[in-house]
Design a protein. Structure first.
Length: 275
């Protein structure tokens, strides 16, 4: 397996843009959050091992990362970690990181700091329960990150019915300002259709810096990776949001009903990509 210092020559994207692989840059590292139990799934399985169309849902995420050219992946495991490791034992490019206590998404990424320590470049943070993730969306994010080199680039989507998803607030010029959770949004902000998809590309040094600033100042007493873009933005760093993700990619699996919707979408690919 290539080391973090390897260089790759890749192929241009279909739209003619140059991919990150063609820029002689360090290949990206992905951190996949996969430690949860999924209490609403009515199953004792780790949530990422719940099957959709006969495959664990995390398999779809790892396939998308592979097809996007990500060759170094850290999977954060917790609940029944041994089962997740066994299920993914055939994936040679995966390193496992243990999150002994589930103290939030930010804490999960913190647990991967040893893996990140020797990395210079982009870190893609995604969730393991989002089986509709698409490789071309990830490639577009990585390409834009390498072009602009921001501290953080968020992958967002535009949804006609954004529901409980966090809204992306921009200024009059279209510059990213902040993420506002639906429960905290004003009536005007609730009308925003661009939503946070829990898909981030960070400059690794900036991510490690932001993680060190996280505080569990919330009722759950947890650390949230969603706070990292705001921390970097307040410090005057370049934080951007790019609406390249398809609405269908927001389909994650939290309940049995969610799983049924995801399976319908998987069976309908590619026609259902516009959900």
């Amino acid at each position: 397996m290539p080391t973090h210092a390897a260089r790759f020559v890749g192929r241009p994207l279909a739209n003619g843009r140059v991919s990150w692989q063609d820029r002689r840059m360090n290949p990206p590292l992905a951190v996949v959050l996969a430690a949860g139990k999924g209490t609403r799934m009515k199953s004792e399985l780790p949530k990422v091992l719940v099957e959709a169309c006969g495959r664990p849902i995390i398999d779809y995420v790892l396939d998308a990362l592979r097809d996007a050219g990500v060759e170094r992946i850290a999977v954060v495991v917790g609940y029944r970690a041994a089962d997740v490791k066994t299920a993914l034992a055939n994936r040679s490019n995966v390193t496992f990181v243990l999150q002994e206590e589930q103290l939030g998404t930010g804490h999960a990424v913190m647990c991967a700091r040893d893996v990140q320590a020797d990395h210079d470049g982009a870190v893609l943070v995604v969730t393991g329960d989002s089986p509709m993730m698409q490789a071309d969306s990830l490639r577009a994010l990585l390409d834009e990150f390498q072009r602009a080199r921001p501290a953080c680039l968020m992958g967002t989507a535009v949804k006609a019915e954004p529901g409980s998803l966090g809204r992306i607030v921009r200024d009059a010029d279209g510059t990213f300002l902040r993420i506002v959770e639906a429960k905290d949004a004003t009536p005007a902000e609730l009308k925003i259709q661009e939503v946070n998809m829990s898909c981030y590309v960070f400059d690794n040094r900036e991510l490690l810096h932001a993680l060190a600033q996280l505080r569990p100042d919330n009722r759950q007493g947890e650390y949230y990776v969603t706070d990292c873009p705001g921390i970097l933005k307040r410090e005057g760093k370049d934080v951007r949001a790019l609406a390249v993700l398809k609405p269908v990619e927001s389909l994650s699996v939290n309940t049995v009903d969610d799983l049924a919707v995801v399976e319908d979408a998987l069976r309908g690919l590619p026609d259902e990509l516009s959900i």
